[in-house]
Design a protein around this ligand. Structure first.
Ligand SMILES: Cc1cc2nc3c(=O)[nH]c(=O)nc-3n(C[C@H](O)[C@H](O)[C@H](O)COP(=O)(O)OP(=O)(O)OC[C@H]3O[C@@H](n4cnc5c(N)ncnc54)[C@H](O)[C@@H]3O)c2cc1C
Length: 378
């Protein structure tokens, strides 16, 4: 492959990047932008193995959120109050940064608010969460501001046409975006900065050579002084010691539903299921907890168990008694770990990683990219 490049191709596109970033998701592209912001003369190349970004960044649900009440409670049980607050602060600042960087109009940001639902059979979890409502409102006010971050909204259950739901909690600070537009805008910003993004280019090996790294790819060999790994769920394919476990998320979108009543972002089952409105349609995803092992995979695709569960909730809870058709099914792969924080570190001299957004990368990704860029330039 290597000899097929012309002199012009090698000198203008391939050789001697200052930094090569592997992966063009939200983290990789944010890192690229921040490198150029800090050092405009830097030669930055992004290598992406998909035709489009092919992990989570163009496959997600587009929730601009920092966690439902029961998610905060579940995290508090495994962690400290400081950690809960630190993570909410990180996601909140990450969302503000995303909006500042790209502009609300470009990403279709709408702050319709978010709702956590508790099913008829989830009384215990509902009561326990509601018992902590005042506590979390006080705690999170330190970073979000305002008094009622979470409030009871049972009266709106019927308004949204939901059935089988006994309690509902509202969070006015939640928003939603168009994920595709977010990534398109980010790519446009990256192109404006003369950053080269090469697709269909999978990196299989990184070797240390005198004063630079040699990267073996599906399109020949590249050279760079520094490398940033932004491959998220796939990080362990190149660095097996990194604690990143893949987790597949399956999603559907219906055809437009006339007179659709839901508006906002909705979560239930401690965040394992999520749905929202998009263009008079319902987007609905989740169900990874039905079979964690089965969904711990690098493979895109669907399973009957998860599909059936999503259709069941659509029929019984979200659109009961309504005629609807499903227009799209897709899946994306997230990166998870025991620790809920992302891994941003130098894995060996001059090779850095920024991975494992734990299914929260819309919120965190801009800051994660920023941090790894700073680390790579120190
Ligand atoms: C179904 C679903 C719903 C989600 N919903 C939300 C949500 O509502 N809100 C939220 O905040 N977060 C959500 N997330 C999580 C969020 O999308 C991710 O955390 C975020 O996109 C991660 O960004 P990233 O850049 O780290 O990884 P990715 O977007 O996965 O990018 C990694 C890139 O690396 C590339 N790559 C991998 N290996 C190689 C290689 N060897 N060579 C070259 N390229 C390589 C991949 O093709 C990929 O494009 C969701 C995720 C999924 C899957």
């Amino acid at each position: 492959m290597e000899h097929t490049f012309s002199y012009w191709e090698r000198t203008a596109f391939i050789d001697d990047a200052d930094v090569i970033i592997i992966g063009s998701g939200i983290v990789g592209l944010s890192a690229a932008l921040n490198l150029k912001r800090q050092q405009p003369g830097l030669k930055v190349t992004v290598l992406e193995r998909g035709f489009l970004p092919s992990g989570a960044s163009t496959k997600n649900a587009g929730f601009a959120c920092f966690g439902s009440l029961s998610e905060q409670l579940s995290f508090l049980k495994r962690s400290s109050e400081e950690e809960v607050l630190r993570l909410v602060d990180y996601k909140w600042r990450g969302l503000q940064r995303l909006r500042e960087n790209l502009g609300d109009a470009h990403i279709d940001f709408h702050q319709y608010g978010g709702y956590e639902l508790f099913m008829d059979g989830e009384q215990v979890l509902a009561e326990e969460s509601l018992d902590h409502l005042a506590y979390f409102n006080k705690l999170l006010a330190q970073v979000i501001g305002g008094a009622d971050i979470y409030s009871v909204a049972d009266s709106k259950i019927a308004e949204f046409g939901l059935t089988g739901v006994s309690r509902m909690i509202f969070n006015p600070h939640e928003g939603q975006i168009h994920t595709g537009k977010m990534m398109r805008t980010l790519l446009n910003k990256v192109y404006e900065q003369d950053i080269l993004v090469l697709n269909w280019c999978s990196v299989s090996k990184i070797e240390n050579e005198y004063r630079h790294f040699h990267l073996t790819t599906s399109h020949g060999n590249f050279r760079a002084k520094k490398v940033i790994l932004a491959t998220n769920a796939f990080a362990a394919q190149l660095y097996p010691d990194l604690d990143v476990i893949p987790g597949r998320g399956q999603v559907l979108v219906t055809k437009p539903v006339p007179g659709l009543k839901i508006k906002g972002t909705f979560h239930f089952n401690e965040g394992y299921y999520y749905f929202r409105n998009i263009d008079d349609r319902v987007l609905f995803g989740g169900g990874r907890n039905i079979d964690y092992k089965q969904e711990e995979t690098w493979d895109f695709g669907h399973t009957d168990s998860v599909k059936n569960s999503l259709v069941h909730y659509l029929n019984e809870m979200i659109l009961p008694g309504r005629d609807y058709e499903i227009d799209y099914w897709w899946s994306g792969i997230m990166g998870f770990g025991e620790d809920i924080s992302p891994i941003i570190k130098e894995v060996q001299p001059n090779i850095y990683c920024a991975v494992r957004c734990n299914g929260m990368g819309v919120a965190m990704g801009s800051l994660v990219g920023e941090e790894v860029a700073e680390l790579a330039l120190t």
